[in-house]
Design a protein around this ligand. Structure first.
Ligand code: ADP
Ligand code: MG
Length: 486
């Protein structure tokens, strides 16, 4: 497909004007030429492009002359095309360009390491684009960068920054090293892959990326890839036209459409079936897709944040995950440490949840006894922050004083077989019964609805997400349910 043809579909809604400077420091490829063609073919808007090639030496020796060239053109945005990132030389150049110019800088470079991309953002780049360049990707990103600049309210940004990150409790170096990437990543549009064991805060981080980003006014759509039966994944993501298959009486827009303008959060991305991976990769590259049973091409402009609790590189080695999709998603990785690897955060988190649940349940719990802190600190926390949160919630519910003591902390809820009824306190018995009830109720509903989570959640009058959380909390084996109650 020709670039101009491609772009006709990527028209901007209103007529707009911009001046863009393209600095090409990578002479061996056609990237700069492609970029210029995309920018100039933007129908419905006028983008005036000045494209110049400079070698790093020329730039360094005559930086005054280069800056003069840029300021005489007075662009609204600058594209910087680099061969490779990471050299000291490049770092200096970026610092010079971003430091001296007031315009937003969008960097384009192939084959960059994720750490190098984060560094480029730290040096002041506004966005980072991984080739191949596509009009449906480049143009919306350019307009967003310009809008952000026009509408940006520094005070609002500082406020949002506080709001977005203050929910993320933790001060350990291992945690901070990852969390500090969030504001940088948020301002750009690159895909983010969040990894970490279950309960380490992947979804919380994905939300922070969204709410700190220029897309925060649009939807954040979370999708649990593991919770959707594999044969329905494509339907959920891409939607379907009326009559696409038996029973498709009404059209369904699909989650990509719902996330248009905002952020699509693909949780447990490793569970995405191979066929859906192919289709999703095509969407990520072209920013276009077709609904099931439809020949019409739809466009969607969204940021993707994916998460997984496995090492996706192993998935690639085992042939379960496509390497090309992995690279597309892993532009910026955030690896959240397990709670046992940041034990110093346990008391902080415990106090955070204590305050939260005391408020929620109207209790007066104000702190932990030193022995209780010792119990919490010594535990393994295989369920990470989620497990800690559940334990503190239970402690608040069952505590009778203002201070949580070791006795209030039930790291493992005893089952009937573990304890003779006579030695069980009221509190323990109640916790056990509640847990057992939840598990049996959820399992029963799932069996009734043959593993269909949406229907089971509807029957329980709970939203699907909350229902899914319960499935996970009780480690209910969905595969077993679907196999035994097909
Ligand atoms: N750093 C943190 N500070 C405060 N709460 C956290 C933190 N990390 C996780 N949580 C809480 O722990 C629970 C699990 O987090 P979630 O983001 O769903 O984990 P994951 O997606 O990795 O399984 C949520 O209730 C979340 O709010
Ligand atoms: Mg999660």
């Amino acid at each position: 497909m020709s670039i101009a043809g491609d772009h006709r579909k990527a028209d901007c809604m209103t007529s707009r004007r911009a001046k863009v400077f393209v600095l090409d420091m990578f002479h061996e490829t056609s990237l700069a030429g492609n970029l210029q063609a995309i920018l100039e073919s933007s129908t419905g808007s006028t983008i005036h492009v000045r494209r110049e090639s400079w070698t790093p030496d020329e730039l360094q020796c005559g930086n005054g002359r280069f800056l003069d060239r840029i300021s005489s053109f007075d662009p609204n945005a600058i594209f910087l095309i680099f061969d490779r990132l990471g050299s000291e030389e490049l770092r200096e150049l970026m610092a010079m360009i971003c430091g001296s110019l007031r315009q937003p800088a969008i960097v384009i470079s192939g084959g960059a390491e994720p750490d190098q991309i984060v560094e480029v953002l730290k040096l002041g780049a506004t966005d980072f684009i991984v080739p191949p360049l596509k009009p449906n990707d480049v143009l919306p990103r350019l307009w967003r960068v310009l809008d952000q600049r026009r509408n940006g309210d520094p005070l609002a940004f500082v406020l949002k920054k506080k709001l977005g990150l203050e929910q993320l409790v933790g001060e350990s170096p291992a945690f901070l090293a990852e969390i500090q990437k969030i504001p940088l990543v948020a301002k750009c549009d690159a895909s983010v892959l969040i990894t970490g064991e279950t309960g380490t805060g992947k979804e919380l981080c994905a939300r922070a990326v969204h709410y700190l980003s220029p897309r925060s006014g649009q939807s954040f759509i979370p999708v649990s890839c593991g919770a959707i039966p594999s044969e329905l994944v494509e339907n959920e993501l891409f939607g379907h036209a009326r009559g696409a298959f038996t029973g498709a009486h009404a059209p369904q827009p699909g989650l990509i459409r719902e996330a248009n303008g905002g952020t699509l959060f693909l949780d447990d991305i490793d569970c995405l079936p191979l066929q859906a991976q192919v289709k999703f990769l095509r969407f990520l590259q072209e920013r276009e897709y077709k609904q099931l049973g439809s020949t019409k091409t739809n466009r969607a402009d969204l940021r993707v944040v994916a998460a997984t609790n496995i090492n996706l590189e192993n998935g690639v080695k085992d042939g379960k995950f496509r390497q090309d999709l992995f690279y597309r998603l892993n532009v910026i990785p955030i690896n959240l440490p397990a709670l046992r690897d940041r034990k110093e955060d346990i008391p902080l988190l415990a106090h955070h949840f204590l305050a939260k649940y005391s408020r929620d349940f109207g209790k007066e719990c104000r702190g932990f006894s030193p022995e209780a802190v010792a119990v919490l600190s010594a535990h393994e926390w295989s369920g990470n922050v989620r497990e800690l949160e559940n334990v503190i919630e239970r402690a608040v519910v069952f505590s009778e004083g203002t201070v949580i003591r070791p006795d209030d902390i039930m790291l493992r809820v005893p089952r009937a077989v573990d304890l003779p009824a006579s030695s069980e306190s009221f509190r323990m018995a109640k916790a056990r019964v509640v847990e057992q009830f939840e598990r049996e109720y959820i399992e029963g509903l799932l069996k009734t609805h043959r593993g269909n989570i949406t229907r089971a959640a509807q029957a329980a009058e709970k939203n699907r997400r909350a229902f899914w959380e319960l499935i996970r909390k009780h480690r209910i084996d969905m595969d077993a349910i679907r196999t035994r109650w097909p």
